[in-house]
Structures are given as structure tokens and as C-alpha cells.
Design a protein around this ligand. Structure first.
Ligand code: ARG
Length: 703
């Protein structure tokens, strides 16, 4: 048995309350947390995480601002999830070259595909600058003045960093609900090329059926490469750029893991609300999640019908649908969990204890006020709920509303000569490969009808009168007419916005009516939002003080975090669901493809996975190849593509999902139920090898 020092045991005891929960920043990882990690099997020195030149953190990237990734070779190869590379893969796909359907393997550097508007970002360093901001008087400022101060300090720090290295920039972020502030220095690379993708059948195996579920067999990874200029520095895309040579990359490991082994993820979790009051949780459940799920449910039904009827439409909407469906299902699952574990009541009880403690200590007396907090939330509820319906109905749900609102919000580029003004116009770029008119029209009609049913008459855009009076309440006829008559949907049309025709255009007016409601919904909300924010910040501060004898992590905010724990199976209602899945289990699902298209895959996939011998990809312990596996690492959206490391810092997998039974963990981490679902590195390498014949890539990773 491993010998534990007294200190380590003490640390483990302190942390027991947390039971491996937490998304820790690396620059100031508390010693007790590091000691608990050691006690659980982490074998590297403290400095190997963040400080040393070849620190593990140097291999982890923010993937394009919405996911995570990891560098795995001396030539800048990056692993992330298939669902993170999804839009890049889709954007290169046509009916003739359908990389989404057929996969993509670049056979050499020349074939690697550049991607517009994508990047990876390395965290260079991070620093707590709360004291500096306190000295500058941040606590005495109102919201606007606060953000002005942050902006100016951020600029100053960026200038300082750029004086050292022109490719760096600094971001300042709020931590612990705005009780602390950190400055983080980043280096971004924007020439990022697609190298390898499996067919969607595997990269998204199980589709929406299995999303957020365990057991799982999805081979959810894709491969990109970072390119740099001839001096190995970040540069805009150029055909002369070369593969980037990083200082450090993560070694891929065929050694695997056993049940109970140490495992750690490092990545970019987007957002959690672990400090949120029970009032906030109710709002999230009833005014945010519920509307989101309701509207997306009906929208997706229409999308699915059109996508099934046409391959061209399917290609156009693949990402839009997946994006919508992902948090549709998440919202449903989270609300179910919030109720089944009685989360609101748990939080209410905790707050009652906190309140008693506040009464006895006088901490934040006259500031933190639970009754006021409740009253503020109460006052805001209806408008927040309506605003969610508004957002889910009009924002990025269909092309017409998107265009109309872009015009109404101003900010569209002005084209044409400076003078005379009558010659100036707006123009929408041709994006006909991203939407389909028939689908778009039906979605809009269905959503308009639903919006009124859900929110009633108080917040209806003006055009509803037209729907009633001119179209006898027929939403589809109204929308079809809008499409037929409005200039904003005409391909290549120049929109001369100074003209009467423009101002009276039904599409332009539609956008203005929609935006009027938005202004109506947000009018006067600033003050109450600020009050809630301040109260939630006090609440967090009180919790930190009441429990000051143990370390606390901050809520996720899309900065780099480490989460440690173990490879760990999962049981539900007495049923053991295991800690890994096998090739047999995916073949069994493929055999059910007739009754569920989400389990469809090419015959070659079935054949490969029916092999009797997986060679070096077989787990030494279980004698199986592992497809996906579970740990209790604490992750959330944004962590997708996060490397999963073993106790020696070797790469054993990529995190790609959470499990259905713990979807409320963003609010309260449930250590019994919460699991991180990862794709096993050996499954990925097997597919690269046997399906992709990607020898050059395997060699590059030292295999
Ligand atoms: N739920 C996962 C996440 O949020 C995967 C999403 C993509 N998969 C899907 N079937 N839509 O990262």
C-alpha cells in the first residue's frame, strides 16, 4: 500500500467535503488540492502542472473559443472532439465531397484544409490581480465604471505583454462571482487546418439518442494542425506557413487505466453556477431551461423533417441542428435532475444556515440581504421568462429573422460611394449554402404561432396585428408573403436604406418590430440586474468566509481549469453500468440501426469493430479494446476536447460529454452521480490506423 504522509492525510480529510469536486485554476492550485491529487495517484511534481517550461498546461488549448483541445505531436497536431470540429468539417463538405458523411484524411501537409475564423489559444500565464484592482477602487464603482476600469487595465497589460512579445494578449476575468479578478496572458494561432475526421457515423455515433448518455460508443474526435510562420510564430493563414513546433506536447499512451486509477482533465469549462442562490436556480429552471426546451422541441421537429427529405438540406443544417439539440436535451435533463434531487430545497436549507451564521457574525451586515435577493428575483421573473421565449424564437433560429434583426440593430456595413447618400446600401453576403427557404419559412411560421401561445399578448411584436387582420391568423401565409415581398431575402440585392421602399419593406419592419419588443423587455432592467449581481457576489463571499478552512474553486468562466479524480464506473438503481464500453456493445447497437438511424454506420465500421484481435490497442487488464470510459472528473460545456491524463501526465483520452443523471451538476456537483465521459485514446488511434491508414500521423505521435 502507498504510504501517506500525515500532511497528505490531513489534506485528504479537508477535501473530503469536496470529494474530488472542483475546477481549479492552475496558477494558484491550493497545496491541499495537490496533496489530495498525490494521495490519489498523481505522480508528477507540483511545478509540472503550470510552472516549468514543459508544464502540462502548455499542451492544452482553448479550441476556437468554444471547446478545448490538446497538442499531441512535435509538429503541432491537435486533438479535439468531432463535435468541436463539426462546423469546420461541415463547411468543407458538399454533396460531391461530403467529408461529414465520408470522413477526411489528409495524406500530406498540402491536403490539410485551412479554416476561416478558427484559432487555438495557449495560456501563457495567469495572475490574481484583485489587490491591484482594489487599490484602483473597483469596489466603489458602478457597473459601467467598473467595466471601463477593467478595459483600460486590460489594454495596459496587453501593451506591456506585447512589448515583450507582439503575439501576446491579456484578458481580465471575474472569478468567484466578481469577488476576485485574474489577468491571463494568451497566445493565439489562427492558421489551423483540418487533418483528419471520421465519418459522422462514428464521430457522432449514437447521435441525439445517445447524447448526454452512458453507456456510450461515440468516437468523438477530430484532428487539426497548427501552422506558424517561418520563425515558428503565430501568423495569419499563408500557404508558406509551416507546421508549428510547440515546446511541449502531450504523450499519447497505449497503457490505459484500471478502475479507480487517478485521472485528470485540463481544459476550458464554459460556465457553472455552483454559488447560485436557490432563487437563481428556480429562475434557471422555469424561466430559462423550460422555454429553451419548449421552443427548440418544436423547431427541431420541423428541421428534422426537412433534413430527412433532402441530403442537401441535411448538409446545410447539420451543425445548426446539433447545436440546438445539444442544449435542448441538456435543459430537459437538467430540470429533471433539479427536481429529482430536490436541489432548490437543498440550496434553501444551505442558505438558512448561512443566514444564521451571518446573524451570529455580522459578516456583510447591511449588504447581504436574503429577503431583498428573493424580492429582486421575483420582480424579474416574468420578463426573464419572456426574454428567453423571445431569444429562442427570433435569435439565430431562421434566416429571415436573423437578417431582419441585423438590419434593425444597425452595424451593417455601408457600401457604395460616400456621396450622394442615396447611393449607399447594405448587402448580405451570399450564404445560400447555410439555409433552405422551405425549411426556414416553416420554422418561422411555427415559432411565431408558438411565441404568442407561450407569452400571451403583453410582449407581441406589432406585426401580429397584420397576421390577424390581413392573414386571418394564418402564420404560414404571413411568412410566405414576407418572403415573397421583402427585399432582404433576395439574393445579391442592394438594400438602399435611404429609400421609402426600404423603410416600408415588410422584412425591414419585421426586424424593427422584433427589436422594439427586445427594448421593451430590457427597459429598466439594468438596476435590478445589478442588484441581483451584487447580492449573489455577497452570497459567494459569505460562503467562502464561513468555510474558510477549506479551499474553494471559482465557477467556470472559460478559463483553464484542472479537475482530478478517478476512473470510476457508475451504477443506477442498483444496476452496474461499468466504467468502459466494448466493441461488442457498438456492434450490438449497429445491429439495431433499422429501428434507429442514429446507430447507422458503414459496413466497414462494423467489420473493423467485429475484429477478434485489436492488437496493441487492447487493454492489458480487461483484454478488450475500450471505446469510451468514465471518470468522476468535474467538467462542463467548453471542456469538450479536454485531454484526460493519467497519474504520469500521459494522454489516455478526450473528454466529450457528461451523463444524463447528473445534468444539474453545473449547479450542484453530485459526486455520486456525476461522470465525465471520455473517448479512449486507443479507440481513436485504432480508427486512425485501421480505417484512416494514417501512418504518417501515428508516426508523428511516436507510435
Ligand atoms: N453533449 C456533448 C457536449 O455538449 C456533445 C454534443 C454533440 N453531440 C450531439 N449528439 N449533439 O459537449
Amino acid at each position: 500500500m502507498r504510504k501517506l504522509s500525515v500532511l497528505t492525510i490531513a489534506a485528504a480529510l479537508v477535501l473530503q467535503a469536496h470529494a474530488d469536486e472542483g475546477m481549479w485554476t492552475l496558477c494558484n492550485l491550493p497545496q491541499p488540492v495537490y496533496q489530495a491529487m498525490q494521495a490519489e495517484g498523481f505522480q508528477l511534481p507540483y511545478d509540472a502542472l503550470y510552472k516549468s517550461n514543459d508544464a502540462i498546461k502548455n499542451s492544452v488549448v482553448n479550441f476556437s473559443g468554444f471547446c478545448s483541445g490538446v497538442v499531441v505531436s512535435p509538429d503541432g497536431l491537435v486533438f479535439t472532439n468531432h463535435h468541436c470540429g463539426f462546423e469546420a468539417i461541415r463547411s468543407h463538405s458538399t454533396v460531391e465531397h461530403d467529408y461529414m458523411l465520408n470522413g477526411f484524411v489528409a495524406k500530406n501537409y498540402e491536403e490539410e484544409l485551412p479554416n476561416k475564423d478558427m484559432f487555438v489559444s495557449f495560456m501563457v500565464s495567469q495572475q490574481d490581480i484583485t489587490d491591484r484592482l482594489t487599490q484602483l477602487g473597483i469596489d466603489q464603482r458602478d457597473k459601467e465604471a467598473k467595466s471601463a476600469l477593467i478595459d483600460s487595465l486590460q489594454n495596459a497589460l496587453t501593451q506591456e505583454a506585447k512589448a515583450q512579445d507582439s503575439t501576446l494578449h491579456v484578458d481580465i476575468d471575474a472569478f468567484y462571482e466578481g469577488n476576485r479578478w485574474y489577468a491571463t496572458t494568451y497566445q493565439d494561432f489562427t492558421d489551423l487546418r483540418l487533418v483528419f475526421a471520421l465519418p459522422k457515423s462514428m464521430g457522432k455515433f449514437g447521435g441525439e439518442t445517445d447524447n448526454w448518455m452512458w453507456p456510450r460508443q461515440t468516437c468523438d474526435f477530430s484532428v487539426f494542425r497548427i501552422y506558424a510562420d517561418k520563425n515558428n510564430r503565430p501568423a495569419a493563414y499563408s500557404k508558406d506557413n509551416r507546421p508549428y513546433h510547440p515546446q511541449h506536447w502531450a504523450p499519447v499512451s497505449l497503457k490505459g487505466y484500471r478502475d479507480g486509477d487517478f485521472s485528470m482533465t485540463i481544459g476550458y469549462p464554459g460556465s457553472t453556477n455552483r454559488y447560485l442562490s436557490h432563487y437563481g436556480i428556480k429562475l434557471r429552471r422555469d424561466a430559462e431551461n423550460a422555454p429553451r426546451a419548449q421552443v427548440r422541441g418544436i423547431k427541431q421537429e420541423v428541421m428534422q423533417r426537412h433534413m430527412r427529405a433532402s441530403e442537401a438540406v441535411r448538409i446545410k443544417y447539420d451543425s445548426k441542428f446539433a447545436q440546438s439539440a445539444n442544449y435542448w436535451k441538456n435543459s430537459l435533463g437538467m430540470n429533471k435532475c433539479i427536481d429529482s434531487i430536490g436541489l432548490v430545497q437543498q440550496k434553501r436549507d444551505y442558505e438558512a444556515r448561512l443566514r444564521q451564521w451571518q446573524d451570529s457574525t455580522g459578516f456583510l451586515k447591511g449588504k447581504l440581504d436574503f429577503d431583498k435577493l428573493g424580492a429582486y428575483y421575483e420582480k424579474r421573473f416574468d420578463r426573464v421568462r419572456t426574454r428567453y421565449y423571445w431569444m429562442e424564437t427570433f435569435r439565430r433560429t431562421n434566416e429571415l429573422a436573423t437578417r431582419a434583426m441585423r438590419l434593425a440593430m444597425g452595424g451593417m456595413e455601408v457600401k457604395g460611394p460616400k456621396k450622394p447618400a442615396s447611393k449607399q446600401y447594405h448587402e448580405f453576403a451570399d450564404n445560400s449554402n447555410e439555409w433552405d427557404a422551405a425549411l426556414d419559412k416553416e420554422v418561422l411560421a411555427v415559432l411565431l404561432k408558438n411565441y404568442r401561445q407561450q407569452v400571451g399578448n403583453r410582449y407581441l411584436p406589432k406585426f401580429y396585428t397584420t397576421i390577424d387582420q390581413r392573414f386571418g391568423g394564418d402564420y404560414q401565409r404571413f411568412v410566405d408573403d414576407l418572403y415573397a415581398r421583402s427585399i432582404i431575402m433576395k439574393k445579391g440585392a442592394k438594400l438602399f436604406y435611404n429609400t421609402k421602399a426600404y423603410k416600408e419593406d415588410p422584412g425591414v419592419r419585421f426586424g424593427q418590430d422584433v427589436m422594439d419588443i427586445y427594448y421593451d423587455l430590457t427597459e429598466g432592467m439594468g438596476a435590478i440586474n445589478d442588484s441581483i449581481e451584487a447580492q449573489e457576489r455577497y452570497l459567494c463571499a459569505a460562503k467562502l468566509r464561513m468555510e474558510e478552512d477549506m479551499p474553494h474553486y471559482s465557477d467556470a468562466n472559460f478559463t483553464m481549469r484542472l479537475s482530478y479524480g478517478q476512473v470510476k464506473g457508475f451504477s443506477l438503481g442498483g444496476k452496474e453500468l461499468g466504467y468502459y464500453t466494448t466493441p461488442e456493445s457498438i456492434v450490438e447497437k449497429m445491429d439495431r440501426a433499422k429501428s434507429n438511424v442514429d446507430y447507422e454506420a458503414e459496413p466497414i465500421m462494423r467489420q473493423l469493430l467485429s475484429s477478434k484481435d485489436f492488437g496493441r490497442f487492447t487493454d492489458k487488464d480487461t483484454k478488450k479494446m475500450h471505446l469510451c470510459f468514465l471518470t468522476n472528473n468535474d467538467i462542463t460545456g467548453g471542456n469538450s476536447g479536454s485531454p484526460m491524463f493519467d497519474g504520469k501526465g500521459r494522454l489516455i483520452g478526450l473528454a466529450f460529454d457528461g451523463n444524463w443523471d447528473s445534468l444539474s451538476s453545473d449547479i450542484l456537483f453530485d459526486s455520486l452521480l456525476a461522470r465525465c465521459i471520455g473517448v479512449d485514446i486507443r479507440y481513436m488511434l485504432f480508427m486512425m490506423d485501421k480505417w484512416g491508414h494514417a501512418d504518417r500521423l501515428l508516426k508523428e505521435m511516436g507510435l
